[in-house]
Ligand binder design. Structure first.
Ligand code: SF4
Length: 241
């Protein structure tokens, strides 16, 4: 019993240490300048402001999950201010943008998986992932990506809304028609039709994600599959695969 507790404590300490040490180096002006070269010139000031603030939040965060929470607060505030000025078409019940795979920044993976487990959604998510039918070829990712409802989408609402990833938080459109057209035509033709995202929230998302980590982004659906498998293995269950 005592050795179990000790083992658990050691595992917890190791996990925290890994989280801390895997945190990337903080704000780097050279990196920012290279990133700005790929951003529309009229967005530079906004992108720079978001990148610097997100880097400051990252440097101050105690852990990966605290970083995600703090960053989400900043993103909601920034996008909320923009929303008041710009009146996007997005509203509860509209879910066209939830028909694609979501790319997660490194620490978001743990936040999403923890929320799925807390809400006991593993079986539901697994069944939905197994039902995916429509895929499109995405050249920038060099792979086929699903163009079907997100496994967290239910009755046109997000089951993990409070913990949804940065990519979802910053997905705004000024007109819902192109969003619908993008999904329908991708499902019918199998070709990638990009969503027309509103520029300011998109820049907030990209700059924030880049401030966490520029390179490592993972597919949410792949990570959910992996986490469900791991959960089963830990409980001694048999994987359905
Ligand atoms: S996590 Fe939520 S907001 Fe993001 S794609 Fe899935 S259902 Fe939509």
């Amino acid at each position: 019993m005592a050795s179990d507790r000790k083992e658990k404590r050691t595992r917890r300490q190791e996990r925290k240490k890994k989280e801390r040490t895997s945190r990337p180096a903080t704000y780097d002006s050279g990196v920012l300048e290279r990133l700005l070269a790929k951003v529309r010139p009229d967005m530079h000031d906004h992108y720079r402001m978001v990148y610097v603030e997100a880097s400051r939040i990252r440097a101050a965060a105690e852990s990966g999950s605290a970083l995600v929470d703090d960053l989400n607060g900043f993103i909601d505030k920034t996008c909320g201010d923009w929303e008041l000025r710009s009146r996007p078409a997005c509203k509860a019940g509209c879910d066209w943008c939830c028909h694609q795979d979501v790319l997660l920044a490194p620490f978001e993976r743990d936040v999403v998986v923890r929320e799925m487990r807390r809400l006991k959604l593993e079986d539901k998510v697994e069944a939905r992932l197994a039902e995916e039918k429509h895929f499109v070829w995405v050249p920038s990712e060099r792979k086929k990506m699903p163009i079907s409802p997100c496994p967290f989408l239910e009755d046109h609402r997000c089951l993990i809304y409070a913990k949804r990833p940065i990519a979802c938080r910053t997905q705004y459109s000024l007109d819902a028609m192109p969003c619908e057209r993008a999904v329908r035509s991708a499902m019918e033709s199998g070709t990638d039709v990009s969503y027309e995202r509103a520029v300011v929230p998109a820049a907030v998302g990209v700059a924030s994600r880049n401030a966490i980590d520029r390179k490592r982004r993972v597919s949410m659906r792949d990570e959910l599959r992996r986490a469900i498998k791991e959960g089963k293995r830990e409980r001694g269950g048999v994987s359905r695969e």
